[in-house]
Structures are given as structure tokens and as C-alpha cells.
Design a protein around this ligand. Structure first.
Ligand SMILES: [Zn+2]
Length: 187
């Protein structure tokens, strides 16, 4: 089952009655906004996973609505914000979303309940998953444990040392950027 592609669209009222369980992969090409976000990962060699693994369980949730619960996950290379090397991170999200084709049904839901207003009885599987995965992307990708190769405070110290060596101290005040200025000005 896990090696099968998810159906592109699902007649979800039917899936709710049957309590259908769908497991499989969703090609990344079906989620262009997520693919764009993954390409913006600051690495020289960019690659995006071919697909996302998905599990979706449907069930009836009241008049005119169906609840879908499940999860989606994938792995992606990022640039570690601490050591600046590539890091492979697992991203995933849990899904709990009410599907309904009438606006009134959606309006009656609790405000913290994820929902999707559909056009008729069909729902696009990518529409259930893409926004949730975008929200789950790492804000600041890092290795769990790594050594920093580059720290800004050390760089400022180097500039301070350089300016002091050249006697760039004015009224007892250090001019941390005097060294930089010299580098950018022609004598
Ligand atoms: Zn790192």
C-alpha cells in the first residue's frame, strides 16, 4: 500500500461513510508552493524530495461534514544555521481537518478547528496536506549537535584587533569599523 500514489481526488462523503484509510505517497509536483519553499533552502545543490508519505483516515463527523485525520512526512536537506553544512531533517505534520461543501457548516465549527470548504463532493488530496506541511517546515534548521564554524562575535573581535594595531583609537573609544573603512577606501 505504501508504495502507491494517493488518489488525486477523493469523493469524501463516500470515504467518510466507508471510514476509508488511505496510505501512500503524494508526488511533490502536486504541491508547487511546498516545492518552492523547499527550493529556498540556501544550499548550492538544491533538490526536493520526489514525494511525501501520507496517511489519511476519513470518518463522518456530523451533518454535511467529514473528518479527516492522519499525517504527512518527508525528509529534506537544509543548511544548518549553526555550522552552515548541509543537514538532513525530517519534517512532518498531523492532520485533523473537517471537510464540507457548504459554507454554513464550516462557519459553525470551532475557530481552532482546521477546515476546508470544497467545491462539491470531491476533495483534492494535495489541498488537505500542503498548507499543513508548509507550517511544519523548520524555522531555523540545525543539526541536533554540531560545532559552529563561524560566529559573528569572533569576526568583530578580529576587526577590533586590526584597528587597535593601527592606532585607530580615538579619545579612548574604539572604532570597531575603522579597519573595515580602510579596506573600502582608496588612499
Ligand atoms: Zn550543524
Amino acid at each position: 500500500m505504501l508504495n502507491e500514489a494517493l488518489p488525486k481526488r477523493i469523493r469524501y462523503p463516500h470515504a467518510g461513510v466507508e471510514e476509508a484509510l488511505l496510505e501512500g505517497f503524494l508526488p511533490m509536483t502536486r504541491m508547487p508552493r511546498l516545492a518552492d519553499a523547499l527550493l529556498d533552502n540556501d544550499l548550492d545543490t538544491v533538490s526536493v524530495p520526489e514525494s511525501v508519505m501520507v496517511r489519511l483516515q476519513f470518518r463522518q463527523d456530523g451533518p454535511g461534514r467529514v473528518l479527516v485525520v492522519g499525517e504527512a512526512q518527508f525528509e529534506q536537506q537544509w543548511r544548518c544555521q549553526r555550522c552552515l553544512e548541509a543537514v538532513l531533517l525530517h519534517s512532518g505534520c498531523e492532520i485533523e481537518m473537517v471537510l464540507a461543501s457548504h459554507k454554513k457548516v464550516i462557519e459553525q465549527l470551532r475557530s481552532d478547528q482546521d477546515s476546508l470548504l470544497t467545491d462539491g463532493d470531491l476533495v483534492d488530496t494535495a489541498d488537505i496536506i500542503e498548507d499543513q506541511l508548509l507550517l511544519a517546515l523548520p524555522m531555523s534548521p540545525k543539526h541536533e549537535d554540531c560545532d559552529p564554524a563561524f560566529e559573528i562575535p569572533e569576526l568583530i573581535e578580529v576587526i577590533l584587533d586590526a584597528s587597535q594595531a593601527d592606532g585607530e583609537v580615538e579619545e579612548g573609544r574604539q572604532r570597531p569599523f575603522a579597519g573595515l573603512k580602510r579596506l573600502t577606501e582608496e588612499d
